[in-house]
Design a protein around this ligand. Structure first.
Ligand code: COA
Length: 331
C-alpha cells in the first residue's frame, strides 16, 4: 500500500506500560552461555522488562490504553474502534482487542487484533487514520502490545537476548491541535516466512507433545537474514522519503524507529546519510518489544519534552512477515 494524502487526523493522547520485572544481561549470563560484552555491542540492549506470571498481553494493553485515554481526555464509551497490534495475543480468539474493550468498558467500540509483527503499530495506525478520515469512525484507540517473553526460548542464546514485553497506545481523532497524518508507505514480502517464525501451535503444525519437545512453539530467528533485509528496507524508506513526500529529513524533528537492534538502526541511517541524532532510542532499557516499541518510545519522547505539538515525526518499522512501514505525521 502506498498513499500520500493530507488527512486531518491526529494523535490526541499517548500511553505506555512496562512491566515491573527487569531481565538484565547479567541475569541472562546465568541462563545461557552469553555475556554483557557480547550482547550490548551487538544489539544495544542492556535490559528488558518481562511481564509477571499473572499478567498477559491484554493487561498491559489495557494499562497503556487507560493512560492514553486520560491524556486525550477521551471517555472509553466514546471510542468507536479499538485495534490491538500484536503477534503475542492472550488467545487465538477471542481477540485481545475484545478483552481490552471489556476491561475499559468501551461498549461502543468494534474491537479486533491486527498481526503484522514489529510493523503492527504502523499498520494499525494507518488503518485508524483511514477510517477516521473517511468518517467511518471518530475516536479510535490503537495499541501495540506484546508478551514476547511467553514465546521466547530461554535456552536459545541467539534469540533470547533480544526481546522484552510492553504495551503502548495512542488515541486518534479528527485534528484539534494542528496534528495531521501525512504519509504512509507500508509493504510486505511473504516469500521467506522461515526467517522469523513461530513454527508450531497454528494450523500448519498444531500443538502436540512432539512440537513442544522440539520447542517449536517458540520464535525461531535467522538473525543475519533479518538483519540484512531490515537494513536494506529501512535505508530505502529513509532515502526515498523526501522525493515521495516533499518533506526533507531536516524538517523532521524526530525519527522513531522500531527498536530492533541499534546496529540495524545505525547502519540504515548511515547508508541513507541521515544524522543518527534524529533517531529516538530506548532499546538499551526495553529491548525489542515488537509492535509496542514505537508507541512506547513516542510516549517517552513526549513525556521527556523531546517531542512537542507541531513537530514532524517519522515512524519506521520492519519485522516478521516480512513487513515494513514508514509513516510521517505532524504531532
Ligand atoms: N552470546 C554469545 N554468543 C552468541 C550469542 C549470544 N547471545 N548469540 C549468538 N552467538 C554466537 C553464535 O553462536 C555464533 O557463533 P559461531 O560462529 O561460533 O556459531 C556467533 O555468535 C555469531 O552469530 P550470529 O547469529 O551470526 O550473530 P550476529 O552478529 O548476526 O548477531 C543478532 C545476532 C540476533 C544480534 C543479529 O543477527 C540481529 O539482531 N538480527 C535481527 C534480529 C531480529 O530478527 N529481530 C526481530 C525482528 S526486528
Amino acid at each position: 500500500m502506498h498513499t500520500q494524502q493530507r488527512l486531518a487526523v491526529e494523535i490526541a493522547g499517548l500511553g505506555s506500560y512496562l512491566p515491573e520485572r527487569i531481565l538484565t544481561n547479567s541475569d541472562l549470563e546465568k541462563m545461557v552461555d552469553t555475556s554483557d560484552e557480547w550482547i550490548f555491542p551487538r544489539t544495544g540492549i542492556r535490559e528488558r522488562h518481562l511481564l509477571a506470571d499473572d499478567e498477559a498481553t491484554s493487561d498491559m494493553a489495557t494499562a497503556a490504553a487507560r493512560t492514553a485515554l486520560e491524556s486525550a481526555g477521551t471517555a472509553a464509551a466514546d471510542l468507536d474502534a479499538i485495534v490491538v497490534a500484536t503477534c503475542t495475543p492472550d488467545y487465538f480468539f477471542p481477540a485481545t482487542g475484545c478483552l481490552v474493550q471489556a476491561a475499559l468498558g468501551a461498549e461502543n467500540a468494534m474491537s479486533f487484533d491486527l498481526e503484522a509483527a514489529c510493523s503492527g503499530f504502523v499498520f494499525a495506525l494507518t488503518w485508524a487514520a483511514g477510517v477516521i478520515a473517511s468518517r467511518l469512525a471518530h475516536n479510535v484507540l490503537v495499541i501495540g502490545a506484546e508478551a514476547l517473553s511467553r514465546f521466547t526460548d530461554y535456552t536459545d542464546r541467539r534469540s533470547c537476548i533480544l526481546f522484552g514485553d510492553a504495551a503502548g497506545a495512542a488515541v486518534l481523532r479528527p485534528a484539534q491541535n494542528g496534528g495531521e497524518f501525512i504519509y504512509a508507505e507500508l509493504g510486505s514480502d511473504g516469500s521467506r516466512p522461515n526467517v522469523l517464525i513461530t513454527p508450531a501451535g497454528g494450523a500448519r503444525a498444531p500443538a502436540s507433545h512432539d512440537t513442544v519437545e522440539r520447542r517449536d512453539h517458540y520464535m525461531k530467528i535467522q538473525g543475519r537474514e533479518v538483519f540484512k533485509a531490515a537494513v536494506n528496507k529501512l535505508t530505502e524508506l529513509l532515502a526515498t522519503l523526501p522525493e515521495r513526500t516533499g518533506v526533507s529529513l531536516d524538517e523532521v524533528k524526530m525519527v522513531i524507529p522500531h527498536q530492533s537492534n541499534v546496529r540495524i538502526i545505525n547502519s540504515a541511517f548511515q547508508r541513507a546519510g541521515v544524522d543518527l541524532s534524529k533517531a529516538y532510542m530506548n532499546i538499551d532499557r526495553v529491548g525489542n518489544t515488537s509492535s509496542a516499541s514505537i508507541p512506547v518510545a513516542m510516549t517517552e519522547a513526549v513525556e521527556r519534552g523531546a517531542l512537542e505539538r507541531g513537530d514532524l515525526v517519522l515512524f519506521l518499522a520492519f519485522g516478521g512477515g516480512l513487513t515494513w512501514g514508514s509513516v510521517l505525521i505532524r504531532y
